[in-house]
Design a protein around this ligand. Structure first.
Ligand SMILES: *Cc1c(COP(=O)(O)O)cnc(C)c1O
Length: 349
């Protein structure tokens, strides 16, 4: 089925000075929305950014049928703009939707919404090495009814906000062995709202103890590393890149997948296998050079300086020649168009 997207642009359009805009607070001028009712998507449109009107009975406000994606558009060296790996984000969006009993979005509608919005708000894509336009597709259940059920009506939207390097300090994180983010059979592999609300409390306790985040461990034995915050965790143990497998309890990160692909292509040793936190502790205690980093769209990579295990703090390697920075730079060069895009990751608009 054809999906035409009607566009009503705001009158005032200009190139924005996006420097100093805090991440996630300032939306661009427009937003995309489409409505699902009677088993079809309709009324796809881009309109000036505005508040939503919603009944307090809307199901999303009560029972958590919400799913989101997070992706980025980049200004390339030749002045073009690309959206990074929309296919892979689309696949994951649909997997999350299926797990939450929400209707899939046709691919042309998903990609068309992103393309049209980025074209219209192209003046908001920041320049500079670490700037990008963060894109947030999401879906919520809108049927008006108090009563626990799968919604029959939904809203699919895309909003955008300028993003810059999340450059803060390298992270201090602690291994969490009491609370659980996701259990086997649960929703850990879905980017659904409830996963994040449920993670706030243990993260808050970690912050109060002086850490930036927790390292989640498996729900059964609390022995195996899962992920951290909204990032997959990766390690260089010696010169081998190691990361836990997609067990069903962690997100299938697009950044994780991209970095694994680049590392293999560069001839690095790569192991995707379960990782016990005791293994990391062992390496750290025996002076093995260990790099640890989070991988995710928002931060690209977030170096970890300190890992705390049962109250004992260990230092990871974060020197300028760390391999994680080589990996990050390979990815940045592809996105900016300075290296060839052999994997066809850049969707140029
Ligand atoms: C979004 C997310 C990631 C990272 O995925 P990317 O596609 O690389 O941005 C990892 N873990 C969780 C829990 C996430 O929500």
């Amino acid at each position: 089925m054809e999906h035409t997207i009607s566009i009503s642009a705001s009158r005032e359009r200009k190139v924005r000075d996006t420097s100093n805009m805090p991440f996630g607070v300032q939306p661009t001028e427009h937003m995309f929305m489409a409505v699902y009712r009677e088993n079809t998507w309709e009324d796809a449109r881009i309109i000036p950014f505005s508040n939503l009107q919603m009944s307090p009975l809307a199901l999303c406000l009560h029972y958590g049928q919400t799913v989101f994606e997070g992706m980025k558009a980049f200004l390339m060296e030749d002045g073009g703009i690309n959206i990074f790996r929309p296919d892979k984000h689309y696949e994951r969006f649909n997997k999350s939707l299926e797990r939450m009993c929400m209707p899939s979005v046709p691919k042309e509608l998903f990609v068309g919404a992103l393309r049209s919005l980025v074209q219209l708000d192209a003046g908001w894509v920041p320049e500079g090495e670490h700037g990008s336009l963060y894109l947030r597709p999401f879906m919520i259940a809108t049927e008006e009814r108090i009563g626990v059920k799968i919604s029959d009506e939904y809203l699919f939207m895309v909003v955008a906000t300028p993003a810059f390097q999340y450059y803060t300090q390298p992270l201090k994180i602690r291994v969490e062995t009491e609370y659980t983010r996701a259990a086997d059979g649960g929703t850990g592999a879905a980017k659904c709202g409830g996963n994040y609300g449920a993670a706030f409390y243990p993260s808050k306790l970690a912050r109060e103890a002086g850490y930036d985040q927790v390292i989640w461990t498996d729900s059964k034995q609390h022995e195996y590393i899962e992920e951290s915050g909204t990032m997959n965790l990766m390690f260089f143990i010696g010169d081998t890149l190691v990361t836990p497998p997609l067990s069903g309890t962690i997100l299938d990160g697009v950044t994780r997948d991209s970095l694994l692909t680049l590392a293999k292509g560069a001839g690095m040793k790569v192991e995707v296998r379960p990782v016990r936190y005791r293994e990391l502790q062992d390496a750290l205690e025996h002076g093995v050079r260990l790099e640890a980093f989070g991988a995710g769209t928002a931060a690209v990579i977030a170096p970890v300086a300190t890992i705390a295990i049962e109250g004992k703090e260990y230092s990871c390697y974060t020197g300028a020649d760390a391999r994680m920075y080589q990996l990050r730079d390979m990815l940045l060069r592809i996105r900016k168009g300075s290296d060839p895009d052999v994997h066809k990751w850049n969707y140029i608009i």
